[in-house]
Design a protein around this ligand. Structure first.
Ligand SMILES: Nc1ncnc2c1ncn2[C@@H]1O[C@H](COP(=O)(O)OP(=O)(O)O)[C@@H](O)[C@H]1O
Ligand SMILES: O=P(O)(O)OC[C@H]1O[C@](O)(COP(=O)(O)O)[C@@H](O)[C@@H]1O
Length: 304
């Protein structure tokens, strides 16, 4: 079974505004709302790709209830822990460029954390655990690493998709997969990573430090995969970008959907890129048909 954990879910509120003008009243042409947060997006795309999974994490208030109901109506199993305060609303502004404002989210108490640890302790060998998204500022920065440590005596494949210290602290515990985008990779090493060659150099360092598979996504430029099996590059297909929110999450879900059936890392990488791009070309997340259409056109090149 694949479990996703979202510490800080969100309703993604997408506003389309023509010629956004800062400091003035703007009217939006259209607006949409979707349940979001990285683990939740991964659960939704796994479900789209007909892969069973369960969504865990913390929700609160009317916004949390909206997310839980939405996922259950899609047929996704959920076992969220209820916290005090409302789950956040993140604003995604489309006006030529994409601007995102992500809110802080409710506090997580010691008791809430204990409840999550109890759930993690029920996981079994061969399960996948995805730890995704930002963790609230009030929590210790190594919280993902502590969760990983609880899985070490079982054969659980842990996937981490976050940034900064929360990500760095997990590398020593040998995560199965990490997926920084090139900006996040730049942040880790405090350098400017702008091309594939640089992304490879720094991913190799993460491999040496313990990560088993590193995918660095680079938006429309595709992604690189660095693992013990070698170094690969996958070009992203061309298309009209409608809303790239959730593209990175979709990449992870596409990878896991394929990997959990086939254990074929390279083919899974191809599916990941297809799912990421199919989401970028959609207003909401991808559809199964779009992913299946795109996957045929994606060429994976071995670099080393
Ligand atoms: N403009 C785009 N054109 C085509 N594919 C895209 C585009 N933006 C994102 N993607 C696809 O989604 C994947 C993840 O996107 P990226 O923006 O790097 O992730 P994140 O959302 O984590 O920042 C890319 O590797 C690519 O396959
Ligand atoms: O947890 P964070 O880092 O604040 O990010 C939350 C946001 O990330 C998303 O999961 C999208 O992530 P990606 O675009 O990186 O795939 C949104 O749904 C959500 O609003």
């Amino acid at each position: 079974m694949i479990y996703t954990v979202t510490f800080n879910p969100a309703i993604d509120y997408v506003l389309e505004v023509e010629d956004f003008n800062l400091g003035n009243v703007n009217r939006s042409k259209d607006s949409y709302k979707y349940p979001g947060g990285k683990g939740i997006n991964i659960s939704r795309v796994l479900n789209i790709l007909e892969t069973d999974n369960q969504a865990l994490g913390f929700i609160g208030g009317f916004t949390g209830e909206y997310i839980n109901n939405y996922l259950r109506e899609l047929g996704i199993q959920t076992d969220f822990i209820s916290v005090e305060g409302d789950t956040r609303i993140n604003v995604k502004l489309k006006s030529g460029k994409e601007t995102e404002i992500n809110a802080p989210g409710p506090n997580i108490s010691e008791r809430d954390l204990e409840a999550l640890f109890n759930q993690i302790d029920q996981l079994k060998s061969k399960d996948f655990l995805v730890l995704a998204g930002n963790v609230q500022k009030t929590l210790p920065r190594d919280i993902y690493s502590r969760i990983q440590a609880r899985c070490m005596d079982k054969d659980i494949k842990v996937v981490v998709d976050t940034t900064g210290e929360a990500l760095i602290s997990t590398i020593k515990n040998k995560p199965f997969l990490i997926k920084p985008n090139h900006h996040e990779l730049s942040q880790i090493f405090d350098v400017e990573i702008e091309d594939r060659e640089q992304a490879i150099i720094y991913s190799k360092k993460l491999l040496e430090l313990g990560a088993q598979n590193i995918i660095v996504s680079m938006g429309g430029e595709g992604a690189v995969l660095v693992s013990q099996e070698g170094i690969y590059y996958g070009e992203a297909p061309k298309g009209i970008v409608r809303n790239s929110v959730g593209a990175g999450d979709s990449l992870i879900a596409g990878f896991l959907a394929k990997y959990s059936q086939s254990k074929d890392t390279i083919e899974s990488f191809r599916w990941g890129i297809a799912a990421g791009s199919a989401t970028a070309f959609s207003m909401d997340l991808c559809s199964k048909e779009e992913v299946e259409n795109l996957v045929k056109s994606i060429n994976i090149k071995k670099i080393n």
